[in-house]
Design a protein around this ligand. Structure first.
Ligand code: PLP
Length: 426
């Protein structure tokens, strides 16, 4: 059988549910088939047909330094020679813990896990254990991984009537998850007025899962105050924004000290690692010191720690990194907006550090309902057009794009030109 993306997808579908191991990879939102990757190099992906693409997905965020960064590859090779997993402590775990915690005055202890899902799930269990309360609050349009308590959407009508957003999630559990509106402090106040027993509020302080929608500074400040007043822990989910929006994620921009912070993606340098961190008072509730159970066979895996150390160290030592990445993101988003304007397409774009987003929608976007009003048909056609021109963008209107340090103005300008031609074709 000829080695084509179409044949590869057909074969994959025979053995793997929907042909993919994570749903958005199936490209259903853009009415296409996925490309199958042979390898990546710097800013590029090469598919099994030999075609190359500028990669703005960057594995959904982890690859701050692009594909096969030589320092990360070297660190992984060195670690692998010593053994791939021990299920026992290594010096690398302490080294990465120290590297991460050093710059956050409000975080003194960390626990490494394997995925962002585990990090947020465990952070919520910890918050429930610490406060002795059951209810949690999240925001419509924020994604925190696929643990049961977090797969809940706002129900219509009464603000407190919430429904599971997946089959298999218990209604009883969904009832414990209250859903507020992003950037709308009144919706938060209303829930606090009605429910005195909320263990934690979890939020993406720079939302990247309804497209890129940064929270307003004032909103985050008021949210933090409300949490304090109500004895509720504030969890900032920085799985995506950590080491991406700025080196210190939202903390480097908003300077708000959440009680618990979750990390993922860049912290593992492209290997499966994530973490949650807080102050001693809270973290000491975690096993083996406290009664909140949390564990993992591969947690703190030496390869993942090696990639994480190489990645975080490189980002920390390069004082101009985020200025450089931000300039490229700015150039790209301005270029997209200009190209859309010339072609009279309803469009807006936004960037924060190395993250960027765009909507086929010219109304202000403050929350998920605003984002939903985007023209998904136009998005889908734009995506198909860009892929044909060798630009690999996230295959959904409600995702974020990522700049990596192997990109340059030439690459960005090529992308803007492709966008111009794609808009012309819509
Ligand atoms: N939290 C946020 C903000 C995310 O963007 C994601 C994944 O994209 C997760 C949590 C879940 O992380 P993972 O896919 O590693 O389980």
């Amino acid at each position: 059988m000829k080695k084509t993306n179409t044949n590869a997808f057909k074969q994959a579908c025979e053995y793997i549910v929907g042909g993919v191991n994570s749903p958005v990879r199936a490209f259903l939102n853009v009415e296409s088939e996925p490309i199958f990757i042979d390898h990546g190099k710097d800013a590029l992906l090469v598919d099994i047909e030999g075609k190359s693409y500028i990669d703005y997905v960057q594995s959904w965020g982890p690859l701050l330094f692009g594909h096969c960064d030589k320092d990360i590859v070297k660190a992984c090779k060195k670690a692998l020679k010593k053994g791939s997993s021990f299920g026992a402590p290594t010096l690398a775990e302490t080294k990465l813990a120290k590297l991460v915690l050093q710059d956050f005055p409000h975080l003194s202890k960390i626990r490494f896990v394997n995925s962002g899902t585990e990090a947020t799930m465990s952070a919520i269990r910890l918050a429930r254990g610490f406060t002795g309360r059951e209810k949690i609050m999240k925001f419509e349009g924020c994604y925190h991984g696929h643990s049961d308590s977090l797969l809940v959407s706002a129900g219509s009508g009464a603000a407190t009537f919430n429904t599971p957003s997946s089959l298999g999630v218990l209604n009883e559990l969904a009832q414990k998850t209250l859903v507020a509106t992003y950037n709308d402090i009144q919706s938060v106040k209303a829930l606090f007025d009605e429910h005195r027993d909320i263990a934690c509020v979890i939020i993406e302080p720079i939302a990247g899962n309804m497209g890129l929608v940064p929270a307003k500074q004032e909103f985050l400040e008021e949210l933090s105050e409300l949490c304090k007043e109500n004895g509720t822990l504030l969890i900032f989910d920085e799985v995506m924004s950590g080491f991406r929006a700025s080196f210190l994620g939202s903390y480097g921009i908003n300077h708000i000290e959440a009680d618990i912070v979750t990390f993922g993606k860049v912290i593992g340098g492209g290997m499966p690692a994530a973490a949650f961190a807080s102050r001693d008072e809270i973290m000491n509730f975690l096993s083996p010191l406290g009664g909140v159970y949390q564990a993992g066979t591969l947690s703190g895996n030496p390869l993942a720690m090696a990639a994480g150390i190489a990645s975080i160290k490189k980002a920390k030592e390069d004082k101009n990194l985020f200025e450089r990445l931000g300039k490229l993101a700015r150039r790209l988003t301005l270029g997209f907006s200009e190209a859309a304007k010339i072609n009279q397409i309803p469009f807006q774009s936004v960037y924060v550090g190395s993250m960027f987003g765009y909507f086929f929608n010219d109304n202000e976007i403050l929350n998920y309902q605003d984002a939903l009003k985007s023209d998904l048909k136009l998005f889908s056609k734009f995506h198909q057009n860009m892929l044909k021109r060798g630009v690999y963008l996230a295959p959904s209107q409600f995702e974020t794009g990522f700049i990596c340090d192997k990109m340059n103005e030439k690459i960005i300008d090529f992308t803007i030109e492709a966008a111009y031609e794609s808009f012309k074709n819509l």
